[in-house]
Design a protein around this ligand. Structure first.
Ligand SMILES: Cc1ncc(COP(=O)(O)O)c(C=O)c1O
Length: 571
């Protein structure tokens, strides 16, 4: 049996008056062993340490140890170490060790959970499932240079100063903030000084900090629909009123935005989540103009647009803004790896001291060792190299997906070509609904996510989100083959002549069934049944194949007429 050294002092329960020291020590050690806090093989503290910790005579401790030994709880000898036995006597007698008890509230009231605590719902951002075609929202983790990262980490640790061991400013390690500011201004057209950059633990923390700073209960926040659930959950936890706003090929639809009374608008202009479109320059300028007039601030989530494969690079909204209206956030989750939990925010200068105060009260600052490693990784040029390499890899994977899809999925799924990011969308044909498609695909070891899982109270055409970055070309080809079989099977399983009615039913059930949570339409009105019918009719008429445009060599349905903005609200 491996012997485990006990690295910690034993915290035994305090001795009751009149209980002899020997009995107390024997019973406490036995309980530690039986309740699993001292595990088989663990070394008991030395008699000398116990004597000084609990002010006992060493003879008392030796006697307690001897007693435990004679009963089979410990083995070894005083002097060469005493260890918890491998097989405990209670085990031989089939007595189960005590379990952690559920709290029992004997007539007392349970702890009161705050409104925030009750509203906060878990966000399934991390899922421990196999990486296979077409897992979305994940980079190619097998291509991350872990050996290099280890080397830099070891070097940073060897050189770490006592001052660094104490921590850093709430907004982060200044050399990293400088490196991020330089990178963003060069490659994303962001205009900022290092002092405006805050290092955060990813976009999710940026959303939470923003909500803490800007939102009071009942404040209105506009989000894209379909859109990123992580943002909605963060804002909703602060009791914001969420307004779902439709999206077309050019981005969020400005004409649906209320003229006044919106506190914040959340957008993903670089690569709309989940549709994959890029917001046009004209739309960016319109959005900034709307924000300037309405007094709203903009949260720009630039989560993965480092990866641009085609099209003209469009500067970030933040870089086009001259009025300090944009809070810009980005992440290292997609460029490096999600477990790093590092990202950044660029904050309008008049808000940065507020962010600093809030961050000092929450996480204090992002872990410094990781910040040191990342600083060197960026300033020594590894970051740029990794990015260039991955851009090539992902561009190749995207083209394999598009070519294979074109070849094998014709009449079943039309995959959109995207200009940026790690995932794209595909539009289903032949009356197959997205949920059945996802179930059929999963049975053939393929992951696809129905797009309407990202929409609230409204409808998108039947579509799937497909990631193309996390797996290699061979797995993408397998995925397309299997998906074709799965979709063919799903189509055959449809009742005859059901294509049209299937589409209508899906639309109807989604419209009525989508009234979860507290989203509302951009107009602020609940959608009445009559309106649902109008919506159903509109969607039934909208056929993605009738309305296409040619983009960068890839056909894709135009979303303008499909993603109209009549949301539903029944809080
Ligand atoms: C739209 C969007 N924003 C942000 C993120 C990244 O969040 P984080 O930086 O917290 O990992 C993701 C991750 O999937 C995302 O899809």
């Amino acid at each position: 049996m491996t012997k485990l050294a006990t690295a910690f002092e034993l915290a035994l329960p305090s001795r009751k008056p009149k209980v002899p020291a020997f009995r107390w020590l024997y019973a406490s050690l036995r309980a530690e062993i039986l309740e699993g806090r001292l595990r088989p093989g663990a070394r008991l503290p030395s008699t000398r340490d116990l004597a000084s910790q609990y002010e006992l005579a060493r003879g008392t401790i030796v006697s307690a140890f001897e007693q435990l030994k004679s009963e089979g709880y410990v083995e070894g000898s005083v002097g060469s170490g005493t260890y918890v036995s491998k097989v405990l006597p209670e085990k031989l007698l089939h007595v189960a060790p005590a379990q952690v008890a559920e709290p029992v509230w004997h007539g007392k009231r349970r702890p009161v959970i705050s409104d925030y605590g009750q509203r906060a719902s878990p966000f399934a951002g991390y899922e421990n499932r196999p990486t296979r075609a077409f897992r979305a929202n994940l980079p190619a983790l097998d291509l991350f240079p872990t050996t290099l990262w280890t080397k830099i980490t070891l070097r940073c640790l060897r050189r770490i100063s006592r001052r660094q061991l104490m921590g850093c400013d709430p907004l982060g390690y200044l050399p990293l903030r400088q490196a991020v500011a330089e990178y963003l201004s060069r490659s994303r057209g962001v205009r900022c000084a290092a002092e405006q950059v805050a290092i955060v633990s990813g976009v999710q923390e940026a959303l939470d900090l923003t909500a803490r700073l800007l939102l009071n209960p009942g404040d209105r926040v506009c989000v894209e629909n379909p859109g990123y659930p992580g943002a909605v959950l963060a804002f909703r936890a602060f009791c914001a009123r969420i307004l779902a706003v439709g999206v077309d090929d050019e981005g969020i639809e400005i004409r649906q935005l209320p003229a006044q009374g919106v506190r914040l608008i959340y957008v993903t202009p670089g690569h709309q989540f989940p549709l994959g479109t890029t917001m046009s320059l004209a739309r960016r300028l319109e959005l900034l103009e709307w924000a300037r007039k309405s007094g709203a601030l903009i949260f720009e989530d630039d989560y993965d647009s480092e990866y641009r494969y085609s099209g003209r690079p469009i500067p970030a909204l933040q870089g086009l803004d001259s009025s300090g209206l944009v809070l810009y956030a980005g992440s290292f989750s997609k460029v490096l790896f999600p477990a790093l939990r590092l990202g950044y925010m660029v904050i309008p200068s008049d808000l940065s001291h507020h962010f600093e105060a809030i961050q000092s009260l929450t996480c204090r600052h992002a872990p410094l060792l990781e910040q040191l490693v990342l600083t060197d990784f960026i300033t020594e040029g590894h970051f740029g190299r990794h990015l260039r390499r991955m851009r090539e890899v992902y561009a190749e994977r995207l083209s394999v997906l598009l070519e294979e899809g074109h070849l094998r999925l014709r009449g079943l799924l039309e995959i959109s070509g995207v200009e940026a990011g790690l995932q794209t969308a595909g539009w289903l044909s032949g009356g197959i609904d997205a949920e059945s498609a996802a179930v059929a695909a999963a049975k053939r070891n393929v992951d696809v996510t129905p797009l309407d899982r990202y929409s609230q109270g409204r409808v998108v055409p039947e579509g799937l989100q497909l990631g193309f970055a996390a797996v290699d070309a061979k797995e993408i080809r397998r995925g397309v083959r299997e998906l074709a079989i799965a979709l063919e099977g799903a189509r055959k399983a449809l009742p005859r002549n059901s294509q049209k009615s299937q589409r209508q039913n899906t639309v109807l059930s989604k419209t009525t069934g989508g009234r979860r949570g507290s989203w509302e339409s951009a107009s602020g009105k609940a959608v009445a049944l009559g309106e649902e019918c109008r919506e159903r009719e509109l969607l039934a008429r909208a056929d993605p194949r009738k309305d296409r445009r040619y983009a960068g060599g890839v056909t894709r349905p135009t979303l303008r007429h499909l993603l109209h903005g009549s949301g539903a609200q029944v809080p």
